[in-house]
Design a protein around this ligand. Structure first.
Ligand SMILES: O=C(O)C(=O)C[C@]1(C(=O)O)C=C[C@@H](O)C=C1
Length: 391
């Protein structure tokens, strides 16, 4: 197949491997390139995976082909990753959300925080028997997947009491990972302190900002000064390491056990129904199915104007597609590669929408085709099975 026909070939809604006969720096016959086209310009909602293999044809032919291929790649709208043919990334299927990788070893899953964090438990719920790998910050977890240090990341995206975790919305856009699943986790907070310390001795309480906001009522009633730290288990570790007598931590029973703390109070969240939804992230998308309930997450931007958001949401309503989440975030132009000189007096926004349909479903494809007619930017972040474990 000629290299130039790849970019223009009709796009299969799932995944396509395309073999052609050249590679730009093809000194070795085995050299190859993998074109990992997440979202082609013309049809951004369709994941596409193409591989270009080198060939052992005569030198002259090869040079000509290499030049032609280089020309095609220069205006090809995909990320290009040099690769070995045997290493072609295979998209994960929805049934492959398992706890072992192909060589039988445990899946390595990055989470933000230290051992005992809720995110660690969520990672273990998402990938039972995985090797949970602690990361200092959310960015580090994204990067760990991108650099192949781990296989997946499990990161919080919203909480039923505290709302959205905005940082992770922004990072989803900045990085090129795919959402391959979601996991809902019931968060039950405890007030922890060193042994011998009573509630009356406490003046302040340390925890993750989300955890502090989920326990707002209880903590205000106790009159404690709230101090935000990176994660709940980190707070527990801190008060244990420094043997603090005037500070408590809001964290899990697991954190209490790991860091040898006393549980002064249990279930201190403002509502017993406190659930955090985590996203499972991977380098490759899964093949969307219709064998079970699927959800799709997208992000888009719109021109400024009356009724434009109404029109955007109507593409789903018209097709009876239920939306489960909408979030707007300020649009930072450099993230989309756009110039930053258009100051029209309005703030620009990105809209993150989750809807209940699989990308394998024609009505979802039609809805996105429709949206794309007037959206100024559109990217599918993932199409993945709904976590029904807490229904
Ligand atoms: O600090 C932790 O233990 C976390 O896993 C982080 C986090 C969050 O970011 O929302 C996760 C679940 C709870 O909602 C509280 C905190």
């Amino acid at each position: 197949m000629a290299a130039s026909s790849i970019a223009r070939s009709p796009v299969n809604p799932i995944v396509r491997h395309v073999i052609c006969r050249a590679s730009p720096s093809d000194h070795l016959s085995k050299t190859s390139l993998t074109i990992h086209g997440h979202y082609p310009k013309r049809c951004r909602h369709v994941p596409l995976l193409a591989s270009l293999h080198g060939d052992t044809t005569r030198n002259n032919d090869r040079n000509a082909q290499a030049l032609e291929l280089q020309r095609v790649l220069d205006d090809f709208p995909y990320d290009v990753i040099p690769n070995d043919p045997t290493m072609l990334p295979t998209p994960l299927s929805s049934t492959q959300l398992s706890n072992s990788v192909s060589d039988g070893s445990r899946v390595r899953v990055a989470y933000q925080g230290v051992p005992g964090a809720y995110s660690e438990s969520a990672a273990e719920k998402a990938y039972p028997n995985c090797e949970a790998v602690p990361c200092e910050q959310f960015d580090t977890a994204f990067e760990a997947v991108e650099k192949w240090l781990v296989d997946r990341a499990v990161l919080p995206i919203e909480n039923s009491l505290g709302g959205s975790i905005h940082r992770n919305y922004d990072l989803l856009l900045r990085h090129r990972l795919h959402i391959v699943g979601e996991v809902k986790f019931a968060v039950r907070h405890c007030l922890l302190a060193n042994h011998g310390v009573e509630v009356e001795d406490l003046k302040r309480v340390l925890s993750h900002p989300q955890a502090l906001s989920q326990c707002e009522d209880t903590l205000s009633r106790l009159g404690l000064v709230k101090e935000a730290v990176d994660d709940t288990a980190g707070a527990a570790k801190h008060i244990a390491s420094y043997k603090l007598k005037d500070a408590g931590a809001v964290a899990s029973t697991t954190a209490a056990m790991i860091y040898g703390l006393n549980i002064l109070a249990q279930d201190i969240q403002d509502d017993s129904d406190n659930v955090t939804r985590f996203l499972m992230l991977a380098r490759e998308p899964i093949i969307p199915g219709i064998d079970r309930p699927f959800k799709t997450s997208i992000v888009f931007s719109l021109e400024e104007g009356p009724g434009v958001l109404f029109k955007a949401l109507a593409v789903f309503a018209l097709r009876q597609i239920n939306l489960t989440k909408i979030e707007s975030r300020p649009l930072r132009k450099q993230l989309l590669g756009a110039s930053d000189d258009s100051n029209n007096g309005y703030f620009d926004y990105l809209f993150y929408v989750d809807f209940e349909a699989s990308m394998a479903d024609e009505k979802a494809q039609n809805a996105l085709r429709h949206l794309k007619e007037f959206a100024t930017y559109l990217r599918v972040l993932g199409s993945y099975p709904v976590d029904t474990s807490m229904i």
